[in-house]
Write a protein that binds this ligand. Structure first.
Ligand SMILES: NC(=O)c1ccc[n+]([C@@H]2O[C@H](COP(=O)([O-])OP(=O)(O)OC[C@H]3O[C@@H](n4cnc5c(N)ncnc54)[C@H](O)[C@@H]3O)[C@@H](O)[C@H]2O)c1
Ligand SMILES: O=P([O-])([O-])O[C@@H]1[C@@H](O)[C@H](O)[C@@H](O)[C@H](O)[C@@H]1O
Length: 533
């Protein structure tokens, strides 16, 4: 299997390989609180919060401004980074691989509307900006999101992975029917060289209709399979001279695994369950354990409960990163904006009905009840935090009617059709109905999210912090809740809040990166434009 990064120029004379710009930053901070060393950026940061309490006698709420002094250290050398996708031969995996190759080689292709050039639209990191500050004329200055702190560039990534299906990535791209034919033609020869590693297949965890794809398998016991996957990761790292590898699950949605005491509740029980070949250990959990034991961050792009308590316990013990669940790409992403807008505008959603149909293999797998249930769960929890934050509109425990429907219609392929209806109570008992029709290739929404998840996860492997209570530099918690913006059902450290509101998630990411370089949070108060002088 030759990773994307080692490919020669293609026969069609694509432009020379455009190495990325990993590690580039758009600015330097001039502050006594920020120190640039040969290999890191160190910042001293005052984290301001407000602690609220209630007076025991009067019942009055009290708000107390509070500061915690942090030090952050970001290693600035990115190094050689790899991405190993589980489900590499799927629509997302093949589309992403082809698209990164097209960007890397500066490939353009012909369409009905003229020449199209490769880009990274839809990626927060690669195609959005953040406000750095204001210039001397008090005009806003914006910089690329991926240049606030040194980040890996997708053009520099070495891509590999596994699939239960043996199709090479060129044929997988053709099978996916996502990308324009002229682009497919220009990248096919390169992609046809890329072959997914054999993977782990337990029929009980995905739809029976996937069985015919399963011709590229690792045999043996679960322990032998775990050891095999770990060796795969080590081989990939060594063969490509990588400093680190990120493992991304973009394989099919699995059914939920039962949470069983003594089986997957702790790290040791989970490792023993694998040794015992316990049937409730899913392929995705096996990949998560292999990744953690190899110190490779693992991100779950699907909705199933891969990150069982035993996985979290193991990740915490090994100080390895995990993240999930389920790429937040279309209907749910819009919902995490629209629901917040409505509730924060004092408008009360009464019913949110989300229907979609699609005809790709993901849709085929989701046509089975157990796999649909995993997706229904991840799509249903997205408004909980917004509703819970407004007790003026919703009594405790009150919730909008929220319905999720997914149908499989083969003829539409990857071009998902999503229809949403929001019925809300407005002023004086009025009703407002918002209807949305949203269609596009689903994989063109998800692929850029894989880039963002990969880039942010890689960054977090180079960041550490300490406070006055820490004797040494500490990594962030193993469960990367900073990834929430890209995920439908964010997994967070135990006993911490889940935030789904998209604006809050973006603000958190933006301001945490600003803190890494000693900059205060963006607050948009614009006092300089509101005062008399
Ligand atoms: N917009 C989106 O496409 C989107 C959004 C959110 C979540 N997702 C999730 O991302 C995942 C992938 O989506 P897709 O459209 O690429 O699906 P897909 O069916 O095209 O690809 C999944 C791939 O995984 C492979 N696979 C299944 N089980 C495997 C295993 N145990 N090991 C290795 N490979 C395995 C299959 O052979 C297939 O090639 C799905 O779970 C989907 O629900 C997709
Ligand atoms: O991201 P989103 O559009 O809310 O949800 C999508 C679902 O509506 C779709 O049916 C499924 O195939 C995709 O994997 C994705 O999960």
């Amino acid at each position: 299997m030759s990773p994307i990064n080692n490919l020669s120029n293609t026969a069609n004379g694509a432009a020379s390989t455009a190495e990325g710009n990993s590690g580039a930053t758009a600015f330097k901070v001039e502050s006594p609180n920020v120190r640039y060393t040969d290999d890191s950026i160190e910042s001293s940061y005052s984290y301001d919060t407000t602690i609220v309490s209630r007076d025991a006698s009067s019942g009055q709420l009290k708000a107390k401004p509070t500061q915690v002094q942090y030090q952050f250290r970001t290693k600035t050398h990115v190094g050689r980074v790899g991405l190993m996708m589980v489900g590499w031969g799927g629509n997302n995996g093949s589309t992403l691989t082809a698209s990164i190759l097209a960007n890397k080689k500066g490939i353009s292709w012909e369409t009905r509307k003229g020449t199209q050039t490769a880009n990274y639209f839809g990626s927060l990191m690669m195609a959005s900006t953040v406000k750095l500050g204001v210039d001397e004329q008090l005009k806003d200055v914006y910089v690329p999101f991926n240049q606030v702190v040194p980040m890996v560039h997708p053009n520099d990534v070495v891509i590999g992975g596994w699939d239960i299906n043996s199709a090479n990535i060129g044929d997988a791209m053709r099978r996916a029917q996502v990308l324009p034919v002229d682009l497919q033609r220009r990248v096919y020869d390169d992609l046809a060289q890329l072959k997914p590693l054999p993977s782990v297949y337990y029929p009980d965890f995905i739809a029976a209709n996937q069985e015919e794809r399963a011709d590229n398998l690792i045999g043996g016991t679960k322990q032998e399979q775990l050891d095999h996957l770990r060796q795969d990761i080590r081989n990939f790292k060594q063969a490509n001279g990588l400093d680190r590898v990120i493992i991304m699950w973009t394989a099919n949605t699995e059914r939920y695994a039962d949470l069983l005491a003594g089986v997957n509740d702790t790290a040791d029980n989970l490792l023993q369950a694998i040794a015992d070949g316990h049937e409730e250990v899913s392929p995705s959990t096996l990949f998560a354990v292999a990744s953690i034991l190899e110190g490779a961050p693992f991100v779950n792009g699907s909705p199933q409960n891969t990150l069982v308590p035993g996985v979290i316990d193991l990740a915490e013990r090994e100080r390895s990163f995990v993240g999930g669940d389920d790429f937040k790409s279309g209907q749910t992403k819009i919902k995490s904006v629209l629901a917040e807008f409505l509730v924060n505008a004092g408008i009360k959603p009464l019913a949110i009905t989300s229907y979609n149909h699609l005809g790709n293999n993901d849709g085929h797998n989701l046509s089975a009840p157990a796999q649909f249930r995993s997706k229904e769960i991840s799509k249903s929890s997205v408004v909980d935090d917004m509703v819970g934050a407004n007790n003026l509109l919703y009594k405790k425990g009150e919730h909008p009617d929220h319905t999720i429907v997914i149908k499989y219609v083969p003829s539409v392929g990857d071009s998902k059709r999503a229809l949403d209806e929001y019925v809300s109570e407005i002023f004086m008992g009025g009703l407002n109905t918002i209807s949305i029709y949203n269609t596009c290739e689903d994989s063109l929404l998800a692929s850029p999210l894989i880039i963002d998840l990969f880039m942010m996860t890689e960054l977090m492997t180079r960041v550490s912090y300490r406070t006055a209570n820490d004797a040494d530099w500490m990594p962030f918690h193993s469960v990367l809740s900073i990834l929430s913006y890209m995920l439908k059902a964010p997994v967070v450290p135990p006993n911490t809040p889940v935030v789904n509101a998209l604006a809050k998630q973006r603000m958190a990411m933006e301001n945490i990166l600003r803190a890494f370089v000693g900059l205060a949070p963006n607050n948009e108060m614009l006092l300089e434009h509101k005062a008399f002088h």
